[in-house]
Structure formats: structure tokens, C-alpha cells
Design a protein around this ligand. Structure first.
Ligand SMILES: *[C@@H]1O[C@H](CO)[C@@H](O)[C@H](O)[C@H]1NC(C)=O
Ligand SMILES: *[C@@H]1O[C@H](CO)[C@@H](O)[C@H](O)[C@H]1NC(C)=O
Ligand SMILES: *[C@@H]1O[C@H](CO)[C@@H](O)[C@H](O)[C@H]1NC(C)=O
Ligand SMILES: CC(=O)N[C@H]1CO[C@H](CO)[C@@H](O)[C@@H]1O
Length: 428
């Protein structure tokens, strides 16, 4: 009986001690971390915060340490580090926030939150600093490069940033890029783009684009000029046309650098006049040259040459213009009654065939011509004929042909050629 009672007391004592221990532990519980420090990713120059959440801190203190720099940043509410971008806040509950303003690359790394218990407790989080890509101009190909056709050229783009950027190449006009012998791709990946045996069709703007997942991506525009000596292609080398009509002959040229192109007839360079109209439309390295010879005469038939010259060479195309009889047309067309026409008929004493009336074939008239009114200069009072005298500026042939007229008009023509000469002189 006595023994049983003693045992009972002992269990009771153990129980009380046990409960007391639990209670006292609850009262004086040691600090512990309530959650891990998250990994934080921040772009260069932005602000970041790392939280450290501690239960039961009591009178212990929280310190932040940058492990990579072995630097104590803060202890409790005090900033220890001399780097002014670090600060600490405490929300009066359990969270201690380390702030890094305007984050720099050297701020990347592990951060430790430490509590000065004995032994101390700590946990670690990582601050990732990402940097948008940046193309290093000094290590990349300059923005314009020139290369001779069929030579090789390497285009390079180097970029830094974190993570390391990837480089891809595209052509600005969306055309494909030839890499490694005839393989065509619309996007090429790599720092270096090798263009081997480059052709003129590969001329243009190339873009290298650097991306690393951190906006913004950046690109550099590199213009590749492919240089070659001129080439000429003549669609029609033999052109037949009847006398009295206008005819247009044409040449296609390719050249880079841009060529100087002109027409030659019997070793004389043809300049735009009333007799000759020249027109060149250019598209990149291609040009389409057109020469219109107006009101064909016997002396206009023969060999015309289109010539194209650049710094790398010169070439020419040849076109033979020959006379064909006027196609016979129904007599519904009206006979031409312009001064120049009459004059020519009289001179050559041939009876002119009827000409089909179309604006294109109609010979140009020196006198009032509605189509030229925009570009003409009106000179002096009306002359004897009662017509106003007009002449296109810069029209030598106009003056020459008018000079064949009657004497009373002659003085006016001289005056007017003189005036238009001075006028264009003053404009230049
Ligand atoms: C942080 O990243 C490291 C690896 O870089 C990983 O081991 C750790 O679990 C991460 N922590 C959190 C809270 O995600
Ligand atoms: C251009 O590259 C090709 C292929 O790599 C090579 O065969 C050729 O010799 C190179 N040409 C020049 C002029 O370097
Ligand atoms: C490009 O050419 C260079 C030499 O100019 C060479 O070192 C490099 O390996 C080539 N790259 C590729 C992808 O062929
Ligand atoms: C203007 C002129 O001289 N006309 C002559 C052209 O030639 C024919 C004969 O072929 C003459 O009859 C015209 O008088």
C-alpha cells in the first residue's frame, strides 16, 4: 500500500516537472525563423527588399550580412555599412526588411539574416541582379561596311548583360540570309555572321538583336554595301520607228557605288532638250534609263549607246534605231498643222502621210502648248502674229527652231532667248 502511494507521488512529481518545463519553454521560447528568405530577382538600378521573418526575437538582435562582400550591413535598426543604398525597416511584428535601393551589379549574391543567440542562428537568401542587354559598339562591326562582290565578310555583334545575351541576325527587309553555301535562313543565331562570296542581292541593312529575357532587347543596324562595276542589260537592241514619230529606247543598269549614266549618239552626249527626253528611275543598285527621241528625222536613225560608269569601271549598251515605214492607218486621223511640221515637210518636200492622232505621237509645238504651260516663261508683249510667245526654260532647241522664223519675230525671239537664259542663270 505504502509502496504504491510512493510510486504515485513520483509520477506526479515527474508530471509536474514536465508540465512546468513546457510552460517555462513557452514563456522563454528561443528565436526561430518563421519562413525562408525568398530569392529575389531585380533589374539593375531598381530597388529590392529581402525579408527576414523571426518568431520570438525577444531581446535578441537581427543582423543582415552580404556574404559575397563579407560585409555586415545592418544590426537591429542600425545601418552599419557605409554603402548608402542599404537600409533596414522593422514592421514592429516579426519582419525585418533589408532594402537595397538602385541595385548595382556588386549587390548580387547571398544575403544572411543572423540572430545573435548562443549559438547564433542564421538563414540565407539570394539577390539576383539582372542587366538588360547592351551592344558593345567598339567590339562590333561599324554601322556601314563596304565589300567587293564575291568577297567574304564577317559581321560581328558583341553584347553584355546578365544573363549573357543571345545574338540573332535578320535582314531589315525580311529577305533570307545565305549562310554556309546556299543555306538560307531568315534568322541566324550567333555573334558572328559570315557572308561568303557575297552577291549584290545580299546588299542592304542587317540587324543584330541582343536578347537575354530582360527587357528591353537592343539591336544594331549594319548596312552592307556590295560594290561592283556597272552592268548593262538592253531589252531591245534593234528598234524600228517611222520618221516623224517619237520613240523611247531603254537600258537597265546595275552598279554600286551609284553609277553616272548617260546616253550617247554619234559620240555626243545627249542632254535633255526638246529633242531628247531622258528619264532614269533608280531602285537600290538598279536603274532603268530611258531616252525619248522626239519627232524622228533621217539624221536620228543610227546607233545609240547607254553608258554607265562608277569608281570600279564602265560599261555600255548599244541600241540600233532604224526607220520603218509609217503604218498605214484609216484616214480618220487629222493632218498635223503645227509650225514645226509644216516647216519640216517643206524642207524635205515629201508629202507627209496621215498621222494617227494620239497625244504620244503628236509632234511638240514650239508655240503655245497647253501641256507645257506650267513650265514656261512668258516673255514680252504679244508679237505681230497676235499670239503670245512662250518658251520652256532651258530649251535651247526651242530658241534655235524659233530663230528660223520671220524677221519681225526674230528680234523677239533673240530677246526672249536672252531673257530665259538670264532667268535660268539667276535661278541657279
Ligand atoms: C534560392 O535559390 C537557391 C538556388 O539558387 C535554392 O537552393 C533555394 O532553395 C532558393 N530559395 C528559395 C526560397 O526559393
Ligand atoms: C571566302 O570563303 C570561302 C569559304 O569559306 C573560301 O573558300 C574562299 O577562299 C574565301 N574567299 C576569300 C577571298 O577569302
Ligand atoms: C566566320 O569566319 C571567321 C573568320 O573570318 C571564323 O573564325 C569563324 O569560325 C567563322 N564562323 C562561322 C560560324 O563559320
Ligand atoms: C514645196 C515644194 O517644193 N513642193 C514640190 C515638191 O515636189 C513636187 C514634185 O515632186 C512639186 O510638184 C512640188 O511643187
Amino acid at each position: 500500500m505504502v509502496l504504491k502511494r510512493k510510486q504515485h507521488n513520483r509520477y506526479l512529481a515527474i508530471g509536474i516537472v514536465y508540465i512546468a518545463t513546457i510552460i517555462s519553454q513557452a514563456m522563454t521560447d528561443d528565436p526561430r525563423f518563421a519562413e525562408p528568405i525568398p530569392n529575389v530577382t531585380v533589374a539593375l538600378g531598381r530597388d529590392a527588399s529581402l525579408p527576414c521573418v523571426v518568431d520570438n526575437l525577444g531581446t535578441y538582435k537581427v543582423a543582415w550580412i552580404h556574404i559575397d562582400r563579407q560585409m555586415i550591413l545592418t544590426i537591429h535598426r542600425h545601418v552599419i555599412s557605409r554603402v548608402p543604398r542599404f537600409s533596414v525597416t522593422h514592421d514592429n511584428a516579426k519582419t525585418w526588411l533589408l532594402h537595397v535601393s538602385s541595385v548595382q551589379k556588386e549587390d548580387r549574391g547571398y544575403y544572411m539574416c543572423q540572430v545573435n543567440t548562443n549559438p547564433m542562428i542564421s538563414q540565407v537568401g539570394y539577390l539576383q541582379v539582372v542587366v538588360p542587354p547592351n551592344i558593345i559598339d567598339t567590339e562590333s562591326t561599324q554601322s556601314t561596311v563596304a565589300v567587293r562582290e564575291n568577297q567574304n565578310i564577317s559581321l560581328t555583334c558583341k553584347a553584355d548583360g546578365f544573363p549573357t545575351p543571345k545574338i540573332m541576325w535578320r535582314r531589315e527587309d525580311g529577305q533570307q540570309i545565305s549562310v554556309e553555301r546556299r543555306k538560307k535562313v531568315s534568322v541566324y543565331n550567333g555573334e558572328q555572321l559570315n557572308l561568303t562570296r557575297i552577291s549584290r542581292t545580299e546588299m542592304g541593312a542587317y540587324l543584330c538583336i541582343a536578347t537575354n529575357g530582360v527587357p528591353p532587347s537592343v539591336s544594331k543596324r549594319i548596312i552592307v554595301d556590295v560594290e561592283f562595276s556597272p552592268m548593262i542589260w538592253v531589252p531591245n537592241q534593234l528598234v524600228g520607228a517611222p520618221a516623224g514619230t517619237d520613240v523611247t529606247i531603254d537600258c537597265h543598269t546595275e552598279a554600286y557605288p551609284r553609277a553616272i549614266s548617260y546616253w550617247v549618239y554619234e559620240n555626243v552626249m545627249l542632254l535633255p532638250t526638246k529633242k531628247y527626253g531622258t528619264d532614269t528611275t533608280e531602285n537600290s543598285y538598279r536603274a532603268h534609263m530611258k531616252l525619248t527621241v522626239r519627232n524622228l528625222q533621217t539624221g536620228d536613225f543610227g546607233n545609240y549607246r547607254c553608258i554607265s560608269k562608277n569608281s570600279l569601271g564602265e560599261t555600255e549598251g548599244s541600241i540600233r534605231l532604224y526607220e520603218i515605214p509609217m503604218p498605214s492607218t484609216p484616214p480618220r486621223a487629222t493632218e498635223m498643222k503645227s509650225n514645226s511640221n509644216k516647216e519640216n515637210s517643206a524642207k524635205r518636200n515629201i508629202s507627209r502621210p496621215l498621222v494617227q492622232e494620239s497625244p504620244k505621237d503628236r509632234p511638240k509645238v514650239v508655240m503655245v502648248s497647253s501641256s507645257e504651260k506650267d513650265s514656261v516663261v512668258k516673255v514680252g508683249p504679244p508679237v505681230d502674229s497676235g499670239m503670245e510667245l512662250y518658251t520652256p526654260p532651258n530649251s535651247q532647241s526651242g530658241c534655235v527652231s524659233m530663230a528660223r522664223w520671220a524677221l519681225p519675230q526674230f528680234a523677239a525671239v533673240i530677246l526672249h532667248c536672252f531673257l530665259s537664259g538670264t532667268l535660268s542663270f539667276a535661278q541657279n
